[in-house]
Structures are given as C-alpha cells and as structure tokens.
Design a protein around this ligand. Structure first.
Ligand code: C6P
Length: 402
C-alpha cells in the first residue's frame, strides 16, 4: 500500500484545505510541490525563449525543454522525435484529425469511433468526416456500455482507414481492449488514434507494445500543469503530415509564395512553446513514476470498490459502471438531477463532477441527462470514501423527503 499520508503532504491544496475530499481527479489532478517548484524555477531562473536565443540562458532553457521531451518519450516508450507538445489531449486529437485525417481520408473511406468517446475524441472526426465525406461508423456497445472485440469486428471492413478510440472512458472508467483492437485495425491497413487522457495518469502505457499510431494525453490529469499535452505519433506518420498552424519556430524556408517546414515534431509546435508546462509535466511524470503506476492503479481500484460496496446498499442509487476496472464511479440518485445532487456534495466539501462530462454520446446511450461522477487518485483516503458515501446517503434522504 502507498504511504498516502506522506504523499498528501506534497499537495498544498490538501494541506490548506484538510476538510476537502477531492474526488474529481478525472477532470484534473492536484499539483504537488515539486511540479509547482519546477514551473516556478523555470520562470525564476531561466524565463527566456527556447530554440532562438544565441546566449547561455536560452541554451539552458532549450536543454530543459528538450530534456522534458526526452523524459516523456521514455515514459511511454516512444522515440524522442515522436513526441509533439500540444495544449492538451483535445489539441492533440484535433491535430491528428485536421492533419492526418484531412490529408488522407476521402469519400468511400470509413472511420470507426465509439459512443464512449470524450467529445475531444469523436468531434474532430465528425468534423473531418463531414468535410471529406468519409463515413463515420460507431462500434455498438454491449449491454454494460463496453467496447468489445466482437462488436469492433462487426464494423471493421476493408474500407476502414482510421479508428479513433478511447483507452479509458472518462464516464464509465472501462478499459478498452485496445491492443487487440489495434491489431485488428492494422490487419485492414487502418491507423489507430488512441485517446489516453484517462489512461496515462493511472496505468503504464507503452506505445511500442500497443503499436498504436497516435496517442494523446494531457499534463494536468497526471499532476502536471494545465495547458500542456502530448501527441505521440509514429515517426513515419508524423513525417508526412502537414502542419495545421503556421508561424514562428516551425518554418524551414519562407519565400513570397512558398514555404517549407522543419521536421516533426517541431513543425507542429508553432510559436513560442509551452516551456514551463513541458518542464512541469516532466517533473510530474518523475513524481508519479516514483510512486509507481501499478501501485496507483491498485489503490484507486481498492478505494473505488470500497465506495461501491457501500453505494450498493443505499436505496434509489443507480450505478452505471459497477464493473469498471479503474477508479471511477458514475451514478445517479433516482429522480434527482445530478446538479442538484452535486450541491449536497459541495456542502460537505466533497468535490466531484456532475453533468455530461463532455461525453454526451454515452450519456444519451445511458438514457439520462447526466450523471454524478466520483474519481479517485493516489492522494485519496478511506476517510474520503466514507465522507463520499455519507454524502450520497444524505443526498438520497434529503431529496426523497421533498
Ligand atoms: N476530461 C473530465 O472531467 P483536455 O481537456 O484537453 O485536457 O482533455 C480532454 C479529454 C480527452 N479525453 C478524455 C478521455 C478526457 O477525459 C478528457 C478530459 C475531463 O472527464 C474534462 S472534460
């Protein structure tokens, strides 16, 4: 088991608000001191631009920025030049669609996605398919709302050119069997874009082992800064992809009517990059790796199961994802709007999310207007679980008495 009390001491928000039960890490994880210090150090000790300055301070900033890329590449077992820094998972997934998708898709082609996607994983393809006239096809979900191999096979055809799929659903917390899905997609020559925003902070991800073509995640969900994300792309794919933004630092040669660009990843990082964000993200990864991703996954699951066991005993609670493998619980109190329920949690200093979670397709599939979602991370405690369960009971009793 983790030394949770010691770890909690690393988080100023938890120190300053000991009464808080923060159960919204799927939205954004809290930031430990070491990340805050790394970001602060960049501004305090360097604070200059990268790749441009011809002076020592700028060389040091460039080294720190590129060292961050190296650290992140090693973390997911990618090569250095396969890591593109972006603003976040949303920007990464849009980059795949607008660059790879718009260039390679045409009428008659098929794109497979699912109703479990976050908007950032499906909307870029709704847009690109409308523009290219490629057909967007959804994997039928099974009765639990899961993506199964059988159902994936049922929509895979020789026309499938791209698969846009979530690794872990931000609403249901299910882990998609992507390794097998990627193999199947490759067997028909399709490229796979994996949304790993909810996977990378919670489990070891190895892009070579998965053999995915693209993989996206955000820094802020793994205790890193906001405003920084990563797109992993296989080098041979990135090499042929056009940039989607033009300007500073990504140009090779610019003439009056034509231009050429730097190689990947730099051609996709237009303008002054997110230097402090990249450095902070590398520090966050170092921090999370030192705790151990396997330990984190086990502990979150333990907390989630503990909460679930209690939730099941409360009348009028509908649990949508009882079999999830990760630390996410999605539920409703019968006849209570999730936003109304959320106010009770807030009164008790339990932070969680209510609504459609930017994943309206699965909310509609569940035939509801939204859900309440609790998501656990390594800094949560059994006391957080108890407070959460007490709040569910209180909300249920309060609303049933009206
Ligand atoms: N989900 C949630 O509360 P950004 O916002 O770009 O960092 O991440 C987008 C994103 C993409 N995919 C998945 C699976 C996600 O969960 C998210 C972000 C948050 O569930 C905020 S909407």
């Amino acid at each position: 088991m983790l030394n949770v009390e010691k770890l909690r001491g690393d988080f100023p928000v938890l120190k300053d608000n000991p009464q808080l039960s923060y159960l919204d890490s799927a939205a954004s994880a809290l930031k430990p001191n070491c990340v805050i210090e790394a970001v602060n150090d960049y501004y305090a000790k360097l604070g200059v631009n990268v790749h441009r300055g011809v002076y020592k301070l700028s060389y040091l900033a460039t080294d720190a920025y590129e060292e961050a890329r190296n650290k992140i590449a090693n973390f997911i077992n990618a090569d250095f030049d396969e890591i593109v820094f972006t603003r976040g998972a949303s920007a990464s997934l849009n980059l795949v669609a607008l660059s790879y998708g718009l260039t390679n898709l045409k009428e008659g082609d098929e794109v497979i996605t699912t109703e479990l996607e976050h908007h950032s994983s499906c909307m870029p393809w709704i847009n690109v398919c409308a523009k290219t006239k490629a057909k967007l096809i959804y994997v039928p979900l099974n009765e639990e709302g899961r993506i199964t191999i059988e159902n994936f096979k049922s929509v895979l055809t020789k026309n499938t050119k791209l698969v846009a799929i979530t690794y872990v659903s931000n609403v249901m917390g299910y882990i998609t069997p992507i390794e097998e899905i990627i193999k199947l997609a490759h067997s028909v020559g399709a490229v796979v874009s994996v949304d790993a925003a909810q996977a990378v902070p919670h489990m070891k991800v190895d892009v070579k082992k998965l053999d995915c073509d693209f993989l996206a995640f955000s820094g802020h969900k793994i205790c890193g800064p906001t405003g920084i994300g990563v797109l992993y792309g296989k080098a041979k794919l990135l090499a042929d992809m056009p940039p989607i933004e033009f300007g500073g630092d990504m140009a090779d040669d610019v003439n009056l009517h034509e231009m050429t660009f730097k190689d990947a990843p730099y051609r996709f990082e237009t303008g002054t990059p997110i230097i402090a964000g990249a450095i902070g993200l590398a520090k966050a990864i170092e921090y999370v790796e030192a705790i151990g991703l396997d330990e984190i996954a086990k502990y979150e699951y333990f907390l989630k199961e503990k909460a679930l066991a209690e939730l099941k005993k409360i009348p009028n609670v509908v649990i949508y994802n009882a079999t999830a493998e990760t630390g996410i619980i999605t539920f409703n109190i019968k006849n209570v709007h999730p936003h109304d329920a959320a106010s009770v949690f807030d009164n008790n200093d339990v932070c969680l999310r209510a609504g459609h979670h930017c994943a309206q397709l699965i909310i509609k599939w569940l035939k509801t207007v939204g859900t309440v979602r609790a998501s656990f991370y390594f800094y949560n405690t059994v006391e957080d679980v108890e407070k959460f369960v007490k709040s569910v009971k209180e909300a249920q009793e309060f609303f049933s008495s009206l």
